[in-house]
Design a protein around this ligand. Structure first.
Ligand code: C2E
Ligand code: MG
Ligand code: MG
Ligand code: MG
Length: 284
């Protein structure tokens, strides 16, 4: 009896595995298709100055995939597939090019967008030509290194491969700024912060969302702000949703905030509308 139960659950298990593998394979094929017909999009989320929440520090470009049958597929689902399938690099270069094109177009239309932040995957840093590919994308659109902020994760910072370090050095040398995304959720060592040219820390939203309820989250946030301040780094608080969080962060000297309270990730035309809505109105 026990043996056949076991066999039965093994069969269920392998049926489930099989189903998942098939799901993954069709996701991968669809993503490949979306890449080749350029049907992915970017939305942009405002990052605002704490001292003046109508003023942009920049916008973060976030990948969006609206599949004809499945609807919106979240990046938390398709980015890992792109990474495993070896598609992430092509995706990254295309999104980077698109973000640069958009920034140049906004500026040409007279919108004051100081910079665009782009999320990079650790895998791309294993390509010796990556730093060059990034600067090529900027040149195509007449932008400078300071116009783009490169978001990396703690895993990139901790990656000891020579090729990764060479890319980081080359980017730094070319004047690019690096931002450390989801800070506080990984396993990085603080000593790396001053060994690598990191100019911005993005405090993960897990901390921000606990600020009003957890003394530990407050204590950790105070230390992050203090470390960043003494190392000359900007802190961007992610996932700010309430006025309570905003006020706490502002009181404790966090210079930049990003979150639904100020604006969700929006398609480019709605960013323009957002910018116009923030602009000072002359006849009030
Ligand atoms: P991330 O880079 O940390 O981006 C911030 C995420 O938080 C975004 O989710 C954004 O929509 C969400 N968010 C912003 N403000 C709030 C808020 O106030 N409340 C809540 N609950 N969420 C907020 P999204 O767009 O789903 O992206 C998830 C992750 O997928 C990103 O996290 C990033 O790691 C990855 N990702 C997105 N686009 C790209 C891309 O083009 N390339 C790469 N490599 N990764 C990307
Ligand atoms: Mg990010
Ligand atoms: Mg983040
Ligand atoms: Mg993230």
């Amino acid at each position: 009896q026990a043996k056949s139960d076991h066999r039965h659950s093994l069969q269920l298990f392998s049926a489930e595995m099989n189903r998942r593998a098939q799901e993954r394979a069709s996701l991968e094929r669809a993503l490949q298709q979306a890449l080749s017909d350029r049907s992915l999009m970017l939305h942009y989320q405002p990052q605002v100055l704490s001292s003046s929440p109508g003023t942009l520090h920049g916008v973060e470009a976030l990948a969006r995939w609206n599949h004809p049958q499945w609807g919106m597929v979240p990046p938390s689902q398709f980015i890992p597939v792109a990474e495993d399938a070896g598609l992430i690099h092509e995706l990254t270069l295309w999104l980077l090019d698109e973000a640069c094109r958009q920034l140049a177009a906004w500026r040409a239309a007279g919108h004051d967008v100081p910079c665009v932040a782009v999320n990079l995957s650790g895998r791309s840093f294993h390509r010796p030509e990556f730093a060059q590919e990034i600067s090529d994308a900027l040149q195509r659109h007449g932008l400078r290194a300071s116009d783009v902020l490169l978001e990396i994760t703690e895993s990139v910072m901790m990656d000891a491969r020579p090729v990764t370090l060479q890319n980081i050095e080359a980017l730094h040398h070319q004047g690019f700024k690096l931002s450390l995304d989801d800070f506080g959720t990984g396993y990085s060592s603080l000593s790396y912060l001053h060994r690598l040219p990191i100019s911005e820390l993005k405090l993960d939203m897990a901390f921000v969302q606990d600020l009003t309820t957890s003394a530990t989250a407050r204590a950790l946030t105070v230390s992050v702000l203090s470390i960043a301040h003494s190392l000359g780094m900007v802190v961007v608080a992610e996932g700010v949703e309430t006025i309570g969080q905003q006020q706490w962060l502002q009181t404790h000297g966090c210079p930049v905030m990003q979150g639904y309270l100020f604006g969700k990730p929006l398609p480019p035309d709605e960013i323009e509308a957002w910018l116009c809505a923030q602009a000072p109105r002359p006849y009030r």
